[in-house]
Design a protein around this ligand. Structure first.
Ligand SMILES: [Zn+2]
Length: 160
């Protein structure tokens, strides 16, 4: 994906995150982009503490598309995927991950919040233990602030 495609897809994922938030869910969003770098095949917002946007999207994609096709696709997500989601991307055979803001930025927002006690393990470390290469692009500095802005005030408003 080129820079313009990455920016477009991240902004779309952020719209999905805002829609999830409007439904009372956590403000995370992800989209699956086709090999052309433009076509959005599917989008998914957060459902709950266990059913994160990325893992849910990767599972649905694995039912819908063959593994060799998914190897050419990209999962684009507002924040760096957690270990669970990175693992699901791996097993779904999705070939590339793009994220806007890194996990440490999320940790700074959520801390030990009981609804999102962030698992601070970079996705590159998860993928490095695998037997195949998954390309990772992120964080994207010019968009990280936009992704963080969606979360501003959210976690405080959820109480503890
Ligand atoms: Zn996750």
């Amino acid at each position: 994906m080129n820079d313009a495609q990455i920016v477009r897809a991240l902004r779309r994922a952020d719209q999905v995150a805002r829609r999830a938030m409007a439904m009372g869910r956590h403000p995370f969003g992800a989209v699956l982009v086709a090999p052309d770098g433009d076509t959005v095949l599917a989008e998914q917002g957060n459902i709950d503490t266990v059913q994160h946007a990325e893992a849910t999207l990767a599972r649905a994609a694995s039912l819908e598309y063959p593994a060799d096709y998914l190897a050419q696709c990209t999962l684009v997500t507002t924040f760096e995927p957690c270990a669970m989601c990175a693992g699901t991307v791996y097993w779904a055979n999705i070939g590339r991950v793009v994220y806007g803001a890194e996990e440490s930025a999320l940790l700074a927002l959520t801390g030990n919040h009981p609804e999102n006690p962030t698992l601070a393990l970079p996705c590159r470390e998860v993928f490095a233990r695998g037997q195949k290469t998954i390309e990772v692009i992120g964080p994207v500095p010019e968009l990280a602030d936009e992704m963080v802005a969606t979360h501003r005030g959210f976690w405080e408003s959820r109480g503890r």
